[in-house]
Design a protein around this ligand. Structure first.
Ligand SMILES: Nc1ncnc2c1ncn2[C@@H]1O[C@H](COP(=O)(O)OP(=O)(O)OP(=O)(O)O)[C@@H](O)[C@H]1O
Ligand SMILES: [Mg+2]
Length: 241
């Protein structure tokens, strides 16, 4: 069998990183990208060296959340992620701009392997991964490609969203991938369903984030973002990971 040399390069590229944390979910639109971006900013503000890697090739959005424009990486025997708002920042948008990247099946895997293999991270305390939604090809590939990956699972208070958390967490358990815990986002009341269910299946509840209308107004402005309730809750996550 032919071995893809890029796969061993990926290990080499990631070896100087303390903790690699995937912000993931079973369902789309639950707040992964906002939470991944705010968590990365929060950790950087605490003095850690932090990278943020947008791995949602279909709809990258962390650059919009952080208000990043006109940034380009440097090439030095690999691609060096430029710094933005104190974060080492990597995204497919450097190459795709705001155009769609309609990749399918093997092409998604190939693009992921390529980007992981060419990206040259400095020594980092944390690398936060903004993951694509659900348990699709890209998520399965990333589990396979990144050795020390650990997961945070984001959900909304909905029973439907939690059903997908159960699926993702049982997949991770079966593959022996560490789970740091679950974040319940966009809470509108004091419903206990997620907390109770998480306890039942033995997952740590990292925090509960209320629905906060300030979040939408803060998109594109990191100072405003760090003043939201969501950012306060990101501090709680940061202190527990
Ligand atoms: N706690 C919150 N309060 C209010 N709005 C929120 C909150 N969390 C996220 N949002 C909003 O919800 C929307 C979806 O958030 P986001 O894009 O981060 O979700 P996602 O899980 O990354 O979506 P996708 O699956 O498409 O990648 C955004 O408009 C965001 O501003
Ligand atoms: Mg997203």
């Amino acid at each position: 069998m032919l071995v893809d040399p890029r796969i061993s390069i990926i290990d080499e590229r990631l070896k100087g990183i303390g903790k690699i944390i995937a912000v993931s979910s079973g369902k789309g639109g639950v707040g992964k990208s906002v939470i991944a971006s705010t968590l990365a900013l929060t950790l950087a503000r605490k003095g850690f060296k932090v990278g943020l890697f947008d791995l949602d090739f279909t709809s990258p959005s962390t650059h919009i959340i952080l208000g990043i424009e006109g940034l380009q990486p440097k090439e030095e025997k690999g691609i060096v992620p430029p710094k933005a708002h104190g974060l080492h920042y990597m995204s497919i948008i450097y190459y795709s701009g705001d155009y769609a990247t309609p990749l399918r099946g093997a092409d998604v895997s190939n693009a992921l392997i390529e980007l992981l293999a060419i990206t040259k991270w400095e020594k980092l305390d944390y690398l936060i991964l903004d993951m694509p939604p659900g348990i699709g090809d890209a998520t399965l590939d990333l589990i396979r490609l990144i050795k020390n990956i650990e997961f945070i699972i984001v959900t909304t208070p909905s029973k439907l969203a939690f059903e997908t958390v159960k699926k993702l967490s049982s997949l991770l358990k079966s593959l022996r991938i560490p789970m740091l815990g679950v974040v319940e986002n966009m809470k509108m009341n004091n419903a206990q369903l997620v907390r109770q269910q998480a306890k039942k299946i033995g997952i740590t509840m990292l925090t509960e984030i209320p629905y906060d209308p300030k979040v939408e107004e803060a998109i594109g402005n990191t100072n405003k973002l760090l003043n939201t309730t969501l950012a306060k809750k990101a501090e709680e996550i940061a202190s527990r990971i």
